[in-house]
Design a binder for this molecule. Structure first.
Ligand code: ADP
Ligand code: MG
Ligand code: ZN
Length: 484
């Protein structure tokens, strides 16, 4: 018996920090990196008697997300108190939603080796984040920073429909791309603004009752998510194979050791004493509000991807890369609309040179687009298509365009990068070289075809490296006697 005899079952709970300017129940800023406790007030400090006032933007973002994931939007949802003690939670409870969340019954489509698969989204609810305990080992102290207390979160819970670590990672990527497209979240796993807990269980193949699950925490990269889930599947199988039983508990992933360790036994919902928050009335949404939000939804990544394949005839892989980021997709489309040449070639430039600029210089799509507007981009590729410049020289021009914001033609002539494609000029150079090397020509014609490279080199040298290599080759072959 082994892992192969078992089927894993995975359900994910994602906490996504919403990109609102202010907190969910007070006017404090949500900005990152300030002095501890700089962004606090009686409400988010949990002072007795301070009353929460709901930030409408949070509701709009929740509805936006729910609609994008195909959820039903509840017209009356209820705020609940989740009670527990922790120093970073000054009120002694977190305001969340419990049995009547704002969104339910959605879905996310993922790609698997067996094709598309739909993962059901059980629910989406709004809640406030807690603060942060800051451990100062040198001073032997723990301090509390409440800047994050009251920052709005969406919790997005999947049904246990995922079956492998790969599927889990794919689901998270799709979800993250959607949230970022919607402008509700920045998608940053490393910094914790997109956090994921994974619930994992195993059952023997051929059976249908789910096993006991554990909940994995501290998964702050896609690689860690896959590693932690695979580790946990193997661990649970071993426990069962050796006659034991999986204990329902929360386990912490340790990235240094690549393993999960028990953290605490899992609380049950009744431990939290959920009850409706008396300080906040039920949230009522009008149909008109929901429809208004629906009317502002952007085209989502998968739809855009499908359209790039269908309308622009791009390979599926390219379409996925180009649509993973909304700004990149829009920049690409703007270039397509002004460039008459081959779209695949344009896609290659995006996945090659644009990606390189962004990686090497740490710049954003909008930085690139600002320096290289679509018309300049198209003009550069047009020069390559005409044979006026080589692909390599064009790359040099491209980075100069990015540096200076100038259009390509000026840079090409200034740097002397134009290549000679004029047939007359090439033929003249070829004739001269062939005349000077009669012996080699005879040898070539007698069958020594390796000499072609020699002729190309001589012609290029005579043309000071500016000859269009493809045309030089063509002319040489023609003059030397066709098949060459
Ligand atoms: P809780 O309320 O304790 O957080 P839920 O039943 O709401 O538990 O489920 C939380 C998450 O755990 C969901 O994402 C769900 O899909 C997943 N889950 C539930 N049961 C299992 C199981 N047996 N194996 C794996 N995941 C599970
Ligand atoms: Mg839960
Ligand atoms: Zn506040």
């Amino acid at each position: 018996m082994s892992v192969a005899d078992f089927q894993a079952v995975i359900g994910l709970e994602v906490h996504a920090q919403l990109l609102t300017a202010t907190k969910i129940f007070c006017g404090c800023a949500t900005a990152f990196g300030a002095e501890p406790n700089a962004y606090t007030c009686p409400v988010c400090l949990g002072m007795p008697g301070a009353l929460p006032v709901l930030n409408e933007k949070v509701v709009e973002f929740a509805v936006r997300t729910g609609l994008a994931l195909g959820c039903e939007i509840r017209e009356t949802s209820v705020w609940a108190r989740k009670n527990y003690f922790y120093p970073d939670l000054p009120k002694g409870y977190q305001i969340s939603q419990y049995d009547l969340p704002i969104c339910e019954h959605g879905r996310i489509t993922i790609d698997t080796p067996e094709g598309e698969k739909t993962i059901r989204v059980r629910r989406i609810h709004m809640e406030e984040d807690a603060g942060k305990n800051v451990h100062d080992a040198a001073a032997g102290l723990t301090r509390v920073d409440l800047n994050r207390a009251g920052v709005p979160l969406l919790e997005i819970v999947s049904e246990p429909d995922l079956r492998t670590a790969e599927e889990a990672a794919e689901y998270l990527k799709q979800l993250r791309d959607i949230l970022v497209y919607l402008g509700v979240n920045d998608g940053n796993l490393e910094e914790g603004s997109f956090r994921c807990d994974a619930n994992v269980s195993v059952m023997r193949r051929g059976t249908s009752d789910f096993g006991t699950r554990t909940e994995l925490k501290n998964l702050n990269s896609f690689r860690f998510i896959r590693q932690a889930i695979d580790y946990e599947i193997a661990r649970q199988v071993e426990v069962i194979e050796s006659g034991g039983a999986v204990v329902q508990e929360t386990r912490l992933y340790d990235p240094d050791r690549g393993e999960t360790r028990p953290m605490r036994s899992k609380e049950e919902a009744h431990d939290y004493r959920y009850f409706p928050d008396p300080d906040l009335p039920p949230l009522r949404l009008s149909r008109a509000f929901i429809e208004q939000v629906r009317s502002t939804l952007p085209e989502l990544p998968r739809a855009k991807q499908a359209r790039f394949v269908a309308e622009l005839a791009l390979p599926a892989y390219d379409a996925r890369v180009l649509t993973a980021d909304r700004a990149l997709a829009e920049y690409f489309e703007a270039c397509v609309s002004v460039y008459a040449g081959d779209r695949k070639k344009l896609a290659n430039w995006f996945m090659g040179e644009v990606a390189r600029l962004m990686n090497e210089r740490g710049v954003s799509v909008s930085d690139v687009r600002e320096k290289i507007p679509p018309a300049h981009f198209a003009a550069l590729l047009g020069e390559i298509d005409k044979g006026a410049i080589s692909n390599n020289a064009a790359k040099e021009v491209f980075s100069e365009m990015f540096r200076t914001g100038r259009e390509p033609l000026g840079i090409i002539s200034e740097k002397g990068l134009a290549q000679i494609s004029d047939l007359g000029a090439i033929e003249q150079a070829v004739d001269e070289i062939l005349a000077k090397n009669a012996d080699s020509v005879a040898s070539y014609r007698a069958g020594n075809q390796k000499l072609l490279g020699f002729f190309v080199g001589q012609v290029m040298k005579a043309m000071k490296g500016k000859g269009n290599p493809q045309r030089v080759n063509e002319v040489l072959r023609k003059k030397l006697g066709g098949q060459g």
